[in-house]
Design a protein. Structure first.
Length: 304
């Protein structure tokens, strides 16, 4: 099959006109019509139909529009993988929002320095959704949490950091014990549908704390902002987010053992883009190493 014909088909569907598609492709409308006839012969079914002055896809054509973009992307990347050293092409990375708002921009900045010719697509979702997307081949890798179940042997995983629970509190309440704050102050709760929110729920039950709940939401950035505004306290994973710590907000360690959530990169061992995925992992390790060095330096400079 001529992939250029498939690209022409997608353009005809987008514009609703063979003439307009021909104009954009710098060929004649007759040539586009001939390409469409060859495609229909290839698939052994009509793909386009007239609807007044426009051209619309048939039911079979609709199904082709759903699979064609993935097919074209896979073919383009196959050409890239065959003809160069694997530092070009496209990479689809899934990410949880926490990573998108913290480490991922720095990771991508480092990655772009190593592979400036690679085009990166980002998709945001929950860890469970990202697991399924990697499994189905919809994305190449995911920057996310370790799932709540063991990974299949077809997956690979690199852990980047562990994130135990901490208490976010307004600075003027920092002299109080964390459990006292959880019992007396309004709680801005981390969404219980998420893994981190379920960790919070387990900790509260184990510590026999029944908090006064005020809000429940899924954004750690928004939760930190609410605590910063004096709306309550929050029990959250100790993420790499740039929170306004040291101003009107403080992070307090918890007195009891807390389960940590595992944060890293997940991909299929059989991925055709292993070279690029490994470079993303290398970038992530460099970024975390640099951030840890800065943190240690900052602690060392603090007055004793």
């Amino acid at each position: 099959m001529e992939t250029s014909y498939l690209q022409s088909f997608m353009l005809v569907v987008e514009t609703g006109s063979m003439a307009e598609a021909a104009r954009r492709l710098h060929i004649t409308a007759a040539a586009v019509a001939q390409q469409m006839r060859i495609l229909e012969k290839e698939f052994k079914t009509p793909l386009l139909a007239r609807a007044g002055r426009t051209v619309v896809p048939t039911p079979a054509g609709h199904r082709l529009t759903q699979s064609a973009p993935t097919l074209l992307r896979e073919l383009a990347n196959a050409h890239t993988l065959v003809n160069d050293d694997g530092t070009r092409g496209e990479l689809v990375i899934g990410t949880i929002n926490t990573a998108l708002h913290s480490l991922l921009p720095d990771i991508l900045a480092d990655f772009v320095k190593q592979c400036p010719e690679v085009k990166v697509f980002l998709q945001s979702a929950t860890t469970h959704q990202l697991y399924e997307a990697v499994q189905q081949g919809d994305i190449d890798a995911a920057v996310c949490l370790y799932p709540s179940f063991p990974l299949a042997k077809t997956f690979d995983w690199t852990q980047l950091r562990e994130e135990p629970l901490i208490l976010l509190a307004p600075r003027h309440l920092a002299h109080l014990a964390p459990h006292e704050l959880l019992r007396t102050q309004p709680l801005i709760r981390y969404d219980r549908n998420l893994g981190g929110g379920q960790m919070v729920d387990r900790y509260l039950r184990t510590a026999h704390i029944a908090p006064k709940e005020r809000f429940e939401l899924s954004s750690l950035v928004a939760i930190a902002m609410m605590v910063d505004r004096g709306l309550g306290v929050a029990l959250v994973p100790d993420t790499a987010l740039n929170l306004p710590d040291g101003q009107s907000l403080v992070r307090l360690p918890l007195p009891e053992f807390t389960q940590s959530r595992r944060f890293g990169v997940m991909w299929l061992r059989s991925s055709a883009r292993l070279g690029l995925i490994h470079k993303v992992v290398e970038s992530a390790r460099r970024v975390l190493k640099d951030k840890e060095a800065l943190r240690i330096t900052a602690i060392a400079k603090q007055p004793q």
